[in-house]
Design a protein around this ligand. Structure first.
Ligand SMILES: NC(=O)c1ccc[n+]([C@@H]2O[C@H](COP(=O)([O-])OP(=O)(O)OC[C@H]3O[C@@H](n4cnc5c(N)ncnc54)[C@H](O)[C@@H]3O)[C@@H](O)[C@H]2O)c1
Length: 371
């Protein structure tokens, strides 16, 4: 039995999700057992609370203490985007494996430095593109690869939420240009990564980025307004290297939409439709199948779609968001155990970041950008 110490940076939405996922992963990870060693947050009270709640052995306000801690072998980074590079590079220099939340870095040049450092050091990396860990997404990818949809003719992808809609919502790290772009990096990275996961590389794109809420209170309740410099909506036309084209939208002011991460893929023989709000279902249409009864049919997730069966022996009972994070940690632990790459790692996140950067250039210069 190998015990592997986890050091978690950040205790917000994702920090708590990581803590739960590492905890749950221990149930399934067999001979490589994650141990929650230490948690760091600039907010000491939050670090202490998280340590108590999730069973970390210690907590600190200084993330560097995790890097120096000989019992920590894996650093899990869930801080705001602009801190990812500094924290990951320090962890890599100390020979630790790194799980980092998306987007990997504010821009592709920093992401490239992080990737090169990790590959040179020979440490394992993983980036938090949890949605592609869905067993049904793996099925969709397999169906496409097996030709069940025939020749792919189009991709329509979207990641739309509404958490930034209110102009009263104060300025926050998500709007900090030092952390990179806005919706196109925050949500766009997920749907761009999903598009690559399903259909392979994107070789060119045209983007139109829009800032809808032009200024926000600099802090909650403040009447002092601060200009918003990043995008709220990104609309992209993309060309895949395999030949088909598609449209992708990232939008964090999509009133009413809580988690509209989804796609429609059309092919010469069939089509697939997916929406993360019902992520235990995949809509499938096959030409010729249903001549008397046209329409899509619903494929329901079950134990025949690994690793659903780890969580539940019965189909249709559904797994949840934090289970996707658990699958991500399990696959990362296996990568550490075997020394084999598990995606999406820093190299894959770098490719996604290049697309985000290309979208910024395309929108600014109003032209197609070839990758
Ligand atoms: N994979 C996903 O589905 C998903 C979902 C949400 C957020 N994210 C990503 O996770 C990261 C965090 O997002 P969040 O929603 O959890 O944010 P959050 O604001 O809820 O939490 C951020 C935490 O980091 C702490 N922090 C700030 N600066 C720090 C520093 N320098 N060192 C240590 N801790 C620091 C804050 O005190 C806070 O506890 C971002 O990169 C975001 O893009 C990923």
């Amino acid at each position: 039995m190998r015990r592997i110490g986890i050091g978690l940076i950040g205790t917000g939405f994702m920090g708590r999700s990581h803590a739960m996922a590492w905890h749950a992963a221990a149930t399934f990870s067999g001979d490589i057992q994650p141990v929650l060693v230490s948690v760091a947050d600039i907010d000491g009270a939050a670090a202490e609370r998280t340590a108590r709640q999730f069973g970390f052995q210690r907590w600190t306000q200084e993330w560097q203490q995790l890097i120096d801690d000989p019992e920590v072998e894996v650093i899990s980074i869930t801080s705001p985007n602009r801190f990812h590079a500094e924290q990951a590079l320090a962890a890599i220099a100390a020979g630790k494996h790194v799980h980092c939340e998306k987007p990997l870095a504010p821009d592709a040049s920093l992401a490239a430095r992080m990737t090169a450092a990790a590959e040179q050091a020979g440490v394992q990396t993983q980036v938090g593109f949890n949605y592609v860990k869905n067993p049904l997404l793996k099925l969709a990818r397999q169906m496409i690869a097996d030709g069940e949809l025939g020749e792919i003719s189009g991709f329509r992808g979207i990641h739309a939420e509404d958490f930034m809609t209110s102009p009263q919502l104060p300025w926050s790290w998500r709007l900090d240009p030092a952390g990179g772009a806005g919706a196109v990096a925050d949500l766009g990275s997920h749907i761009l990564g999903m598009a690559r996961f399903l259909l392979g590389p994107i070789e060119a794109l045209f983007a139109d980025l829009d800032t809808v809420v032009k200024q926000r209170p600099e802090a909650a309740g403040s009447s002092v307004m601060k200009a918003v410099e990043v995008d709220d909506i990104a609309r992209l036309t993309v060309r895949f290297a395999r030949g088909c084209r598609g449209q992708i939208e990232a939008n964090w002011v999509a009133t009413g939409h809580k988690m509209q991460l989804g796609f429609e893929i059309t092919g010469s023989k069939g089509s697939l439709i997916f929406n993360q709000e019902r992520f235990n279902e995949l809509q499938f249409y096959r030409s010729g199948d249903q001549e008397q009864q046209n329409g899509f049919r619903t494929l329901v997730a079950g134990p025949e779609h690994p690793p659903y069966g780890l969580f539940c022996p019965a189909p249709g009972h559904q797994i949840g968001f934090n289970d996707l994070k658990t699958i991500e940690m399990l696959e990362f632990l296996q990568a550490i155990r075997t020394g084999e790459r598990s995606g999406p790692d820093f190299r894959e996140a770098l490719e996604i970041q290049k697309l985000v950067d290309a979208a910024l250039v395309s929108s600014r210069e109003q032209r197609w950008v070839t990758l």
